[in-house]
Design a protein around this ligand. Structure first.
Ligand SMILES: Cc1cc2nc3c(=O)[nH]c(=O)nc-3n(C[C@H](O)[C@H](O)[C@H](O)COP(=O)(O)OP(=O)(O)OC[C@H]3O[C@@H](n4cnc5c(N)ncnc54)[C@H](O)[C@@H]3O)c2cc1C
Length: 475
């Protein structure tokens, strides 16, 4: 280790105290991505306990000319929260800043520190009789600050919107150590440009979010969940159209899955009981939820009567208990683990307009099979948001270099088809380091100019998560 790094480490310890600074082997787990595919390193990991600590840490980094990689739960799937230049970067973990500062039952709002784990925050909100609707597979590990920094989506977006729509205010430590104090819970506040929007989805490239004011909702005390078998993905889209109309605004989730989902989920969780017999070309997992005087079960029953009577839905199962509903969701969640078990594969997170989703999946899968017939395509996702995870699984017994070559080729093919559909290469996971070049090559000159202006105005020394999203040149 160089004398310069040793000297930096000593300065962090002297200025912040040993309790806030991790060094040596303890740094490693913060420098490994969620899948464990990539492990790097860092000068140190800083673990502040307060906004003041964050400010202080950021000022020391500025003095030393060290770059900062903010880290939440490290569940992001695009290499955004792990360093790429171990000798000139520190990880700043928010894990110790997890208090709920305020919970207001009349205002249906909360102020929570950035390091709060999403599921723990949701449990506390629920105990107060309210609901925070953000819901994702990683919710037992991801943090509110990470959710805001990635503008996370998840299964309830079609009803409640992306994280951006749930954020009322932010507290952010800027790259010079000053604090943007914007923790208002006001619903209406049109005092000029809404600056907090800059930090939502910025993936830590403009500052460190230390606390978030969020909207809460009434707890939906009735939930009806159904898994439905259909003849084609086009029928799933037609079903969604019907569901939006027939289920009022109570539709809260609408996912599509291929038949392979069941095999994959059971490869990861062999004890999962098959929910229905027979095999259908396409499946929809839908949820209707509500609170108060509506009868959600009756609504689901009448909706299914209609769509089965018309022959749109071939077969279906409605959960009659929370445990059964959980079992249905386990197929959707377990298929991710099943894919991981089959070895390294391409994971995509793209979006197209809903009216073209079925065509896109057909065209992109066909293009992959034409070029790589030995691979398996798995397409699933959040129908209501036009969000598709079109993953490609190369044969697991190939040498790693050949698997990587197929992953690279499949990504290129899918992105080319996607461009023809004017879709997005990142529906909900962000850019990070993984999608940086795909993002860069698709940027218009005007968009690049605006992004550069925002970055250089707020972070003129380019020290906030420099390897992520886009490379900016210093003047
Ligand atoms: C099994 C699984 C399922 C998933 N499902 C979904 C899904 O349905 N929808 C979805 O949108 N995502 C999903 N994800 C991706 C991931 O969970 C989200 O992107 C999540 O919002 C990341 O939160 P995190 O706290 O783990 O952030 P991290 O991974 O730690 O960080 C993500 C980015 O935000 C930055 N960052 C983190 N905290 C802060 C902060 N306080 N201030 C400034 N910058 C910060 C980091 O530098 C990094 O660039 C899934 C991931 C897994 C593993």
């Amino acid at each position: 280790m160089s004398a310069r790094i040793q000297s930096h480490q000593q300065k962090f310890v002297d200025a912040l105290g040993a309790d806030l600074v991790l060094l040596g082997e303890e740094v490693e787990r913060y420098c490994r991505d969620w899948h464990g595919d990539v492990t790097t390193g860092a000068i140190a990991v800083l673990r502040p306990r307060s906004t003041d600590d964050v400010s202080k840490a950021v000022r020391i980094c500025a003095e030393l000319g060290v770059a900062i990689v903010p880290q939440g739960g490290n569940t992001g799937l695009v290499l955004g929260a792990t360093p790429d230049a171990p000798e000139s970067q520190v990880v700043l973990s928010l894990e110790r800043m997890n208090a709920i500062r305020q919970l207001d039952v009349d205002d249906y709002s909360a102020v929570v520190e950035a390091g709060a784990i999403l599921s723990e925050f949701k449990d506390k909100v629920e105990a107060a009789g309210m609901f925070f609707p953000l819901a994702l597979g990683a919710q037992g590990s991801c943090q509110i600050g990470g959710n805001v920094s990635t503008n996370a989506g998840g299964i309830n977006v079609l009803r409640y919107g992306m994280t951006r729509e749930l954020v009322l205010g932010l507290e952010v430590v800027l790259p010079d150590g000053s604090v943007f104090e914007g923790l208002s819970t006001l619903r209406k506040d049109n005092r000029g440009i809404d600056l907090k929007q800059l930090f939502i989805g910025a993936e830590g490239t403009l500052g460190i979010i230390t606390a978030v004011a969020v909207k809460l909702m009434p707890m939906p005390d009735q939930v009806a969940t159904a898994l439905l078998g259909l003849n084609a993905l086009d029928d799933v889209i037609a079903l969604y159209r019907r569901a939006r109309r027939d289920c009022c605004d109570l539709l809260s989730a609408f996912e599509f899955m291929p038949p392979l989902a069941f095999t994959l989920a059971r490869e990861a969780m062999p004890d999962l009981a098959m929910p229905m017999s027979g095999d259908h070309p396409a499946y929809a997992l839908i949820e209707i939820s509500g609170s108060g005087l509506v009868d959600v079960s009756d609504l689901m029953e009448r909706f299914l009567e209609g769509v089965m009577g018309d022959g749109l839905v071939i077969d279906g199962v409605v959960a009659t208990s929370k445990a059964q509903a959980r079992n249905l969701w386990l197929f959707r969640e377990g298929m991710n683990e099943g894919q991981a078990k089959r070895g390294p594969h391409l994971r995509t997170d793209v979006s197209v307009s809903l009216s073209r989703l079925a065509d896109f999946v057909r065209d992109a899968q066909q293009a992959v099979y034409d070029a790589l017939p030995e691979c398996v395509c798995v397409s699933y996702g959040h129908v209501g948001d036009g969000n598709v995870h079109l993953n490609v699984l190369p044969p697991g017994d190939l040498p790693r270099s050949e698997i990587d070559a197929r992953i690279y080729k499949a990504k290129k093919i899918i992105n080319e088809v996607l461009d023809g559909y004017h879709g997005s290469i990142s529906a909900e996971h962000g850019i990070g380091r993984l999608k940086k070049s795909d993002f860069d090559t698709r940027l218009s000159a005007v968009r690049r100019k605006l992004l550069t202006a925002a970055k250089t105005a707020i972070d003129p020394d380019l020290r906030m998560n420099p390897g992520s999203q886009l490379s900016f040149a210093r003047d």
